[in-house]
Design a protein around this ligand. Structure first.
Ligand code: NAD
Length: 334
């Protein structure tokens, strides 16, 4: 039996979480959910959006499935999502982008993995005004974090039978920071002669991804490029409703869709559960439940391909729960 922390999330989070739990349950995998409350509900019930028991539960279980959490813009509490990553040392953000037949996209047969460093770069929060009319943001790149993220990318490539790792950078301009990242990437690559290694400057990478996405496999990069390139990749496969994610550290891992809480659809049973269900597929792989992962992904792919029980963003009229029900029916036939 696996013990997994569950956070249902804000906005439309509870709808997609309920759908995902139904799908997981249909596979028969033995999971005991340790449910905790974070975000807006935690703020109103406990006076903080991130109660200590949430961190304690994830630290104890080592894994969590999480719906999106709302962060107020401009005012209010700081991002719980960022706080979770920092508090739990989740230094990897893994974002696969894969085409599923039936999704309306100009691009077909995409199968890309973005490995994004999750803790430093321009997201370190070191910013200040320089006088009244200038501002400075500090980009921090360390050898240790670069080493860890590139090593993760190679280990991932081996574990998932991938052929190539591409390090993405702007070291031609940022000779110190990205230069350090690239130097470390080259050094780590030498330990993995069985995996092809190449380098791309980030602007060229974006163009190449749109022109020749089939040339790429696993890509590893600092935080900011990872944020941008992974959304580009999500766009190649049909949008955020289809983009799963995982935040992984040495001690814990949190699986969640890339998209946010889509609050305007809260409680309407309307949004696409695919990104969250695919995040659950990543969770199953992490737990070593590869057969369960395949069963869920193949059933989901069949429902998307058929197209009659899909949500509005995929051109259908099904509710979140109806799409989940259709996936459950497919799982039962496997
Ligand atoms: P969002 O991703 O929630 O929604 C943007 C738009 O994308 C939605 O209005 C909707 O049209 C579409 N969309 C998103 N998810 C969808 C789905 N599953 N199915 C169909 N359509 C979908 O982005 P936002 O509006 O910028 O953010 C809303 C809130 O979510 C903010 O408070 C933000 O801080 C938070 N957020 C949380 C996370 C997280 O929990 N990891 C990530 C991003 C944003």
């Amino acid at each position: 039996m696996h013990r997994v922390t569950l956070i249902r999330g804000d906005g439309s989070g509870p709808d997609i979480t309920a759908a995902t739990l139904k799908v997981i349950e249909a596979t028969g995998v033995d999971i005991m959910w340790d449910e905790v409350v974070a975000g807006e509900d935690a703020l109103s019930q406990k006076g903080t959006p991130l109660p200590q028991e949430v961190l304690d539960s994830i630290q104890k279980n080592g894994v969590a499935l999480k719906g999106p959490l709302t962060t107020p813009v401009g005012t209010g509490f700081r991002s719980v999502n960022v706080a979770l990553r920092q508090n739990l040392g989740l230094y990897t953000n893994l974002r696969p982008a894969k085409s599923y037949p039936g999704v309306n996209s100009l691009f077909k047969n995409i199968d890309l993995i973005v490995v994004r460093e999750n803790t430093e770069d321009l997201y370190s929060g070191v910013e200040h005004m320089v006088g009244k009319d200038a501002a400075e943001s500090i980009k921090i790149i360390t050898r240790e974090a670069s080493h860890k993220i590139v090593k993760f990318a190679f280990e991932y490539a081996i574990k998932h039978s991938r052929q190539k790792v591409t390090a993405v950078h702007k070291a031609n301009i940022l000779k110190y920071s990205d230069g350090l990242f690239l130097e470390e990437a080259r050094s780590v690559a030498q330990n993995y002669p069985q995996i092809e290694f190449e380098e791309r400057i980030v602007d060229n990478m974006c163009m190449q991804l749109v022109q020749k996405p089939e040339n790429y496999d696993v890509m590893v990069m600092p935080n900011l490029y990872g944020d941008i390139v992974s959304d580009l990749c999500a766009g190649l496969v049909g949008g955020l409703g289809l983009a799963p994610g995982a935040n992984i550290g040495d001690e814990a891992a949190v699986f969640e869709p890339v998209h946010g809480s889509a609050p305007k659809y809260a409680g309407m049973d309307k949004v696409n559960p695919t990104a969250m269900i695919l995040s659950a597929v990543l969770l199953m792989e992490h737990l070593g439940e590869f057969e369960v992962a395949r069963k869920i992904e193949d059933s989901l792919a069949e429902v998307i391909a058929k197209g009659s029980k899909v949500t509005y963003d995929l051109g259908g009229e099904a509710k979140t729960s109806e799409m989940a029900e259709a996936i459950v029916e497919k799982i039962k036939t496997r």
